[in-house]
Design a protein. Structure first.
Length: 117
């Protein structure tokens, strides 16, 4: 199941209207509907808020795989957990990092310009 399908599934199972979710996300119903049917992707902020609204861990929306590793040498327990991040989440993270770097560069240029004036 894709992200938008899972969001719809959880929303419908909790009997929450599209209008209600759209309002909480600051969207109108048609904007939200396009996200829920997959025409437009949810952004990371929307996904985080959807997790809260639907009372679902955002990782469940992405369908992350958990792998339990035995580790008998670890103090206080005998296993560790590895979470495999979905490619879509990694791509969004990389885009955000690039945006951050561009903003930092722009701010540095503005500071230099202000120093000259």
């Amino acid at each position: 199941m894709k992200l938008h399908e899972k969001v719809k599934f959880y929303r419908e199972s909790k009997r929450i209207s599209q209008e209600s979710i759209a309002h909480e996300l600051g969207l109108n119903q048609s904007q939200y509907s396009r996200r829920e049917n997959g025409s437009i992707k949810f952004n990371s902020e929307e996904i985080a808020l959807l997790g809260k609204l639907l009372e679902v861990n955002p990782s469940e929306l992405f369908g992350e795989d958990s792998i339990i590793l035995n580790n008998n040498h670890q103090q206080g327990g005998n296993f560790a957990q590895y979470i495999a991040l979905p490619d879509e989440l990694i791509q969004q993270y990389e885009v955000r990092l690039k945006e951050k770097d561009e903003l930092i560069q722009l701010l540095k240029e503005n500071i230099e310009l202000l120093k000259k004036n």
